[in-house]
Design a binder for this molecule. Structure first.
Ligand SMILES: C[S@@+](CC[C@H](N)C(=O)[O-])C[C@H]1O[C@@H](n2cnc3c(N)ncnc32)[C@H](O)[C@@H]1O
Length: 238
């Protein structure tokens, strides 16, 4: 019970933190870094013109707007815990893409879409804020079609000392930050959450780039298993 309460408090703290940050998120000193990393993620996604794609922790909607332009017959959706972030994202919807774009305020552990709705789910620069990461990974898996693709882009503290130190500082001073995961840990979590074809697709360490002194990222791609057997076993035994 105590643990659950702690988790609820972390969500609340995250929401408050990002509601405040939403006002300056676009145009802030890190915004070109965030856009740069979201572009890396989008380029790695396996997209078809009619794909339905979800961005979890979409922030002010940069990636979702880009996806809507790339998917003439598809759908680009974004969810975020922060109503202020979603407000900023919604304000960016232009007439040309409004039929195929949607933003909703929601948490990674309760995604407001039916089972098997999406072809691709992506999550960039957001996973380290999740108080119950495995539950979030399972929820992302629920909304994916069998064989659908999950892409996670995160910082990589084992690839850069600066990121490792920054993680320690954030753990003390930023209540919304849970922790950065090493490449080995994130891969292990994806396997534990029962994804298939778990693959580290991109690792980079970059100095003095896009407003950051130094940054390191890891990008993981994996798939929801094609067979529903494992999933129905899990749900039957809950
Ligand atoms: C650093 S921003 C990243 C935004 C965007 N994905 C990007 O790459 O620039 C992290 C975002 O994750 C959102 N977030 C944090 N915890 C969340 C959760 N549990 N569920 C959904 N969104 C969450 C925050 O509100 C914030 O907008």
């Amino acid at each position: 019970m105590g643990d659950l309460r702690n988790i609820d408090i972390r969500y609340l703290e995250n929401k408050r933190f990002f509601d405040r940050w939403a006002k300056t998120y676009d145009g802030g000193h890190l915004s070109s870094w965030f856009q740069h990393t979201q572009n890396i993620a989008i380029d790695l996604l396996n997209l078809q013109p009619d794909s339905k794609v979800l961005d979890v922790g979409c922030g002010t909607g940069f990636a979702v707007c880009r996806l809507a332009e790339k998917l003439p017959k598809g759908r680009a959706c974004g969810i975020d815990l922060s109503p202020e972030m979603i407000g900023k994202a919604t304000a960016k919807i232009r007439d040309q893409i409004k039929e195929r774009i949607e933003f909703r305020c929601a948490s990674s552990c309760k995604i407001p879409y039916p089972r098997g709705f999406f072809d691709n789910v992506m999550c960039t620069n957001s996973f380290h804020h999740y108080p119950d990461p495995i539950r979030s990974l399972r929820e992302m898996q629920r909304v994916l079609k069998p064989g659908g693709e999950l892409l996670i882009l995160e910082n990589a503290p084992d690839r850069c000392m600066y990121t490792w130190i920054w993680d320690r500082i954030l753990r003390i001073f930023e209540r919304g930050h849970v922790r950065y995961y090493t490449c080995a840990e994130l891969g292990q979590m994806l396997r534990f959450a029962e994804y298939d074809d778990v693959e580290l697709r991109y690792v980079a360490r970059q100095f003095m780039k896009m407003g950051k002194i130094c940054g390191s990222i890891q990008v993981w791609c994996c798939k929801k298993p094609n067979s529903n057997e494992r999933e129905s076993y899990r749900y039957a035994n809950r």
